[in-house]
Write a protein that binds this ligand. Structure first.
Ligand code: FES
Length: 100
């Protein structure tokens, strides 16, 4: 069952942060309107999205440039065809939590 997991202090990352919980890598994003989280692994060929470029609410995979909507995980540009999983987040007392 998914539980809230303490991930990182808000002040300790700028745009993205790779959070690892039991070998599962999750990318946490700091956007203008809040904190979001997706699987860190691109659904195309598993490149780490925390190394990708962020523009608006999208992340571009660093390997082949697939574009994902950070809020929904949906694919917006190929070559990826499958979405990335998203996770609930919350911030309490300056700490980011991810439900995983
Ligand atoms: S590994 Fe991400 S687009 Fe290919």
């Amino acid at each position: 069952m998914a539980k809230w997991r303490e991930a990182v202090r808000l002040e300790d990352f700028k745009t993205t942060y790779k959070f690892v919980h039991r070998r599962k890598e999750i990318c946490i994003y700091k956007l203008e309107d809040g904190i979001y989280a997706t699987d860190n692994s691109c659904s195309h060929e598993y490149s780490p999205l925390h190394e990708g470029m962020i523009m608006g609410g999208d992340v571009y995979c660093p390997k082949h440039g697939s574009r994902f909507d950070i809020r929904s995980g949906a694919v917006k540009d190929y070559p990826a065809t499958r979405p990335v999983k998203t996770y609930e987040t919350k911030v309490e007392d300056g700490v980011v939590y991810v439900k995983v």
